[in-house]
Write a protein that binds this ligand. Structure first.
Ligand SMILES: N[C@H](CCC(=O)N[C@@H](CS)C(=O)NCCC(=O)O)C(=O)O
Ligand SMILES: [Mg+2]
Length: 550
């Protein structure tokens, strides 16, 4: 079906196919068999739903779409139907979330481990070197982060040969799509329930996805721990951001859903007394009277007063350098606003630091008492070199006590090697297709695949530059089963063979010895054409998908 036949009112979404028709009844196992009339209705309704529910991104063809909200919107690239995924592996991925949270926190506290692990990378990778300099400075001044906030996403693929769920990487900075991914799950649940008769698929098999609310909730709880009702959450953003709606979903949820209802009893206890059982309640409960009887039995009467909206401000690194300062007590003030929490959605890639101004801003924030998400230590803990080091025998044991937890993490580790491992390098030169070479970069589009792995390794050997070798790690390439899918991008539905990558969001909030939050917070399913090496939705290869448990 290459040219969309006209049918009744207006034009309908075009459907492109490169596959021969195959007759399989169950649309989930082969959505390419859905008849074209039904398919066009599904696509049309999915596009309407996405537009009405803010499942949108800035259109790369519209110049101002990354700077002016509401200008140049296009629906987010989506899979039309959810991706079938074994329930056992889904549960395994969810179970790993709090364990990885704990690992990140423990590793982040071992400054020497981070510096040593990255010491050779430091010599050849200027960006990582600058991050390490800031980290060293914090160690020198004995900076302590009593309140630690992590918003992570651990990405996995299901390896077809071994049927093992293997971790691609653990992202500890600027994890995208917690705002949009929950909408994709809602879209699919809505479509499957609306077309139940036609598709006969149980939408109940799509796990609830609370990624936006859960991330907003932990940002609100961190703000509460900072304990200054007039302070703000500052989102560090790039000057141009077509994924701004994914970010705005968090800010809007934070403001609309968590205007702080603080509790005060007749004696006027307020937020300043940080009542340990202080709770987050939707603001609609304003004015409700209630009482609590804590363990000491002394009944406390409360009335809910809706006193604070947790406000957010958006600033680029350059703006923070120009408008920010720290007071003598370490308070960070930017553009006149006291900052309680810094949520980085920029600062993870060299391009984010075009001048010294951006590095000054990063240092200013790190030195302040604002709660960083992530701190420089959390950021470094999420590098691929650290990932590779943690996969070595007897390293996890330095950070985790529970043997079962250690075994669970190791079970999801793919092969990871440094280029010092001559055996691994030899194998990679012989079978480059079975490996991926990764620099210490975030944001997609930086990895080396296929023959280029061989060429790069041979070049490095020839140059004998041990140095440059330290900029990369080698990783086992994971081959998930590919499957027929329907991708909808810019209003056009494509019938493709695709593979998928499951990202599990998790949040971690700790104040000194007290772990306030450590939980899985929904998921991101990214589906990409199996022929493309790189993933990445923002990079234009993958689409947002959801899960159908089988
Ligand atoms: N524009 C920035 C993008 C931030 C970003 O690239 N984050 C990395 C982890 S560091 C990531 O999550 N990549 C997967 C998302 C994809 O597939 O495109 C934002 O959205 O704030
Ligand atoms: Mg990443």
């Amino acid at each position: 079906i290459n040219s969309p036949p006209n049918c009744g009112s207006g034009s309908i979404p075009e459907i492109k196919t490169t596959q021969q028709k195959s007759f399989v009844k169950n649309p989930m196992s082969d959505p390419h068999t859905i008849d074209s009339g039904l398919l066009q209705k599904l696509v049309y309704d999915a596009l309407v739903w996405s537009s009405l529910h803010g499942l949108v991104v800035g259109d790369r063809n519209v110049q101002r779409s990354g700077s002016i909200p509401g200008v140049g919107l296009v629906h987010a690239p989506i899979a039309l139907l959810p991706y079938s995924f074994p329930e056992s592996h889904w549960k395994q991925a969810c179970e790993l979330a709090p364990i990885f949270n704990e690992l990140v926190d423990r590793v982040s506290l071992d400054g020497k481990f981070l510096q040593d692990t990255l010491s050779r990378t430091k010599k050849v990778d200027a960006f990582t070197s600058r991050l390490l300099d800031i980290h060293s400075r914090m160690l020198q001044i004995g900076k302590k982060e009593d309140i630690r906030l992590g918003l992570h996403r651990s990405d996995y693929m299901l390896d077809e040969n071994t049927n093992l769920l293997l971790q691609i990487e653990l992202n500890t900075i600027s994890c995208s799509f917690s705002g949009l991914s929950c909408l994709v799950s809602e879209l699919h649940r809505s479509l499957l329930s609306q077309y139940k008769e036609h598709l006969g698929i149980d939408f109940g098999r799509i796990p609830k996805n609370n990624s936006a609310i859960k991330f907003a909730e932990v940002l609100a709880k961190a703000w509460m721990e900072y304990n200054n009702p007039s302070a703000v959450v500052m989102v560090v953003v790039q000057p141009e951001e077509r994924n701004m709606y994914d970010q705005h979903w968090l800010s809007a949820t934070l403001t609309e859903r968590y205007p702080f209802c603080i509790t005060t009893d007749s004696s006027g206890i307020g937020i300043q007394d940080s009542i340990p059982w202080l709770v987050l309640l939707p603001c609609q409960m304003d004015g409700i009277q209630f009482h609590l009887i804590p363990s000491n039995g002394k009944k406390l009467n409360f009335v809910l007063i809706n006193t604070h909206n947790v406000r957010t401000i958006r600033k680029t690194l350059a703006e923070i350098d120009a408008q920010g300062k720290t007071l003598s007590d370490g308070t960070l003030v930017v553009d006149g606003e006291t900052v309680a929490v810094i949520y980085f959605r920029a600062g993870y890639a060299p391009n984010d630091y075009p001048s010294e101004s951006e590095w000054k801003a990063r240092l200013l924030m790190e030195e302040s008492v604002a709660i960083k998400c992530p701190s420089i230590s959390y950021h470094l803990t999420g590098t691929k070199k650290v990932q590779q080091e943690l996969a070595k025998p007897n390293v996890l044991e330095r950070f985790l006590d529970n043997k079962d937890d250690i075994a669970k993490l190791q079970a999801c580790f793919a092969g990871l090697w440094s280029l010092d491992d001559s055996n691994a390098v030899k194998n990679a030169i012989e079978q480059p297709g079975a490996f991926v070479m990764k620099p210490q970069r975030e944001g997609g589009g930086n990895n080396i695949y296929g023959d280029e792995v061989k060429e790069t390794l041979v070049r490095l050997q020839k140059e004998g530059s041990e140095e440059e070798a330290a900029a990369y790690i080698l990783m086992q390439r994971i081959f998930p089963k590919d499957f027929p899918t329907l991708l909808v991008r810019e209003g056009i539905c494509y019938k493709e063979q695709a593979i998928s990558e499951l990202g599990i969001f998790s949040s971690y909030l700790r104040n000194k010895e007290k772990v306030i939050v450590s939980e899985q917070c929904g998921y991101l399913m990214r589906t990409k054409v199996s022929s493309s090496n790189e993933g990445g939705v923002a990079a234009g290869f993958a689409v947002l998908d959801s899960l159908y448990l089988t």
